[in-house]
Design a protein around this ligand. Structure first.
Ligand SMILES: [Fe+2]
Ligand SMILES: [Fe+2]
Length: 277
């Protein structure tokens, strides 16, 4: 279980520790998280675990069964992304699970669900969990994520002790720009969507933990989780053929952020990148 890079990390005391798991892809992702997370919770001791579930159901979207499976794996809050609308069931699920299931806040008004929730840990620490989606290289009539974040912070900041943001976006520049926009206002801005973990973790201005992309949890072989032959064929033929999850080994991509309980500022950020045998 322990990775070498984690052997020196002390258990949090004056820090509130969160863990964020990168996009859980299809059954291999759900299975590996069900096996790994209970042990990881014990070892890394996070007070809250957040996971991106936009690819949990067959690689595309989230449905009731896969959401329940992820919650049973001891994930506390699920975030989403551009695949949010892939499954019809998500409409009622988003309304029913507003306390622990968020979708990108900057979809236009009147969409179901919420882009922000406040999760209270066993210590009483209140973590705001916000989900945003970028507009660079992502289609759709999306509202501005920067202004959406401003509005949500204005409305909710009196009610939380620190803020976590899943910024689901393709462009590194847009993700980092959002992190700088929220520097000092968010404890963590972590990117998702590319399924490829970056190694650029930093604490901006000593306050806001940032990682351009946390990566993906699921099939390690293949191309961002999917069978390589099918993805290659898509590029060659130009046809949007069906994609299956890749076979073989699986990986866990996650990040741990330690937050000062007094100030709500980040004090540490650590990446997890494990590949199963
Ligand atoms: Fe994804
Ligand atoms: Fe995505």
């Amino acid at each position: 279980m322990p990775t070498a890079s984690f052997s020196n990390i002390p258990a949090p005391s004056e820090y509130f520790r969160l863990m964020f798991v990168g996009d859980i892809v299809a059954r291999p992702g759900r299975r590996v998280i069900a096996d790994w997370l209970p042990k990881a919770r014990h070892y890394y001791n996070p007070e809250v675990v957040i996971a991106n579930g936009e690819n949990a159901a067959g690689g595309f979207g989230l449905d009731v069964r896969t959401a329940e499976e992820i919650f049973r794996s001891s994930v506390d809050v699920i975030t989403l992304g551009n695949h949010v609308w892939d499954r019809k069931e998500i409409f009622s699920l988003l309304e029913r699970e507003k306390a622990r299931l968020v979708r990108p806040a900057n979809y236009p008004p009147d969409n179901p669900g919420t882009g922000m929730t406040i999760w209270t840990g066993h210590s009483g620490f209140r973590l705001g969990v916000m989900n945003l989606i970028g507009r660079v290289f992502i289609p759709g009539a999306l509202d501005c994520p920067f202004l959406a974040a401003d509005r949500l912070i204005e409305e909710h900041s009196p009610h939380y002790d620190a803020l976590f943001v899943d910024m689901h976006a393709e462009a590194t520049s847009e993700k980092k720009a959002l992190a700088w926009h929220l520097a000092g206002r968010a404890a963590a801005v972590i990117g998702t969507h590319t399924h490829t973990q970056t190694a650029d973790e930093v604490i901006i201005e000593g306050k806001t933990a940032y990682l351009s992309d946390v990566g993906m949890t699921g099939p390690h072989e293949g191309i961002i989780g999917f069978a390589q032959e099918e993805v290659v064929e898509r590029f060659i033929t130009g046809r949007n053929s069906r994609l299956e999850p890749a076979k073989g080994r699986t990986q866990i991509n996650a990040v741990v952020v330690d937050i000062c309980r007094e100030s709500g500022e980040a004090r540490g950020i650590y990446r997890i990148n494990e590949v199963t045998k």
